[in-house]
Design a protein around this ligand. Sequence first.
Ligand SMILES: Cc1ncc(COP(=O)(O)O)c(C=O)c1O
Length: 308
Amino acid sequence: MSQTTASITTAQWQQKRDQFVSKGVSNGNRSLAVKGEGAELYDLDGRRFIDFAGAIGTLNVGHSHPKVVEAVKRQAEELIHPGFNVMMYPSYIKLAEKLCGIAPGSHEKKAIFLNSGAEAVENAVKIARKYTKRQGVVSFTRGFHGRTNMTMSMTSKVKPYKFGFGPFASEVYQAPFPYYYQKPAGMSDESYDDMVIQAFNDFFIASVAPETVACVVMEPVQGEGGFIIPSKRFVQHVASFCKEHGIVFVADEIQTGFARTGTYFAIEHFDVVPDLITVSKSLAAGLPLSGVIGRAEMLDAAAPGELG
Ligand SMILES: Cc1ncc(COP(=O)(O)O)c(C=O)c1O
């Protein structure tokens, strides 16, 4: 801990936080974190916390993992940011190769890297639109995809994510998503699935025509407003509907990726191969990095300079 950090009390840090940091950034715990190690955080007053949040699914390998710290130090000494579009460098290419190898599906894949989760989702939409030459974007009720204008439009929950921030992006639609906890009393999971699958199909009659839809973006396990696990049948239905109608199926694995649900990617539980996968959070153990991995022909639909 630096001397300056220690010479100011927690109460003074709180006062400074209120004075200089936007209120729009939430702040669940007003202790001052000064050290993180594995699954634990330590505050300025020497208290030890078990960190169940892990920066909201960002630290699957824990705080300051020694291998991550070593890699950061080594990289900072060698090269920080040549800008891949200016001059290519090995780590970008090596990571793309690795992710194309572990992402589901034996087809040819490519990757692109961005800074934040929302930016990855934005780029998945751009890629799908360029590839399909269509505009529609379908996400799901209770989904979360970020806080930029496009991803806020795709996000379901109004307060606090959307309230007062409109107008939103056009051509974005939210399809029904199963929530077994709320199924009518006495109904079996199987019948509930029938009902939601029917509602999903009806949605493409009542709300948007499938031939105008570029992509369907789904969190394989929803992570906002409950951790909601859809059935295999529902996810497989959505994937085959997309295939039938030439729609790009995007798995938003920003929160579920990197073994958070037991497999590298949560979509693997459903025996579905998505066309595109968005990744971020635990991809870089706390450093700001995200990406889109997917079918080579889709990642190559945009011309040089159109993505970056
Ligand atoms: C599924 C999902 N998509 C997108 C995002 C947005 O990521 P970021 O906050 O890095 O922009 C999140 C963040 O919580 C997320 O959980």
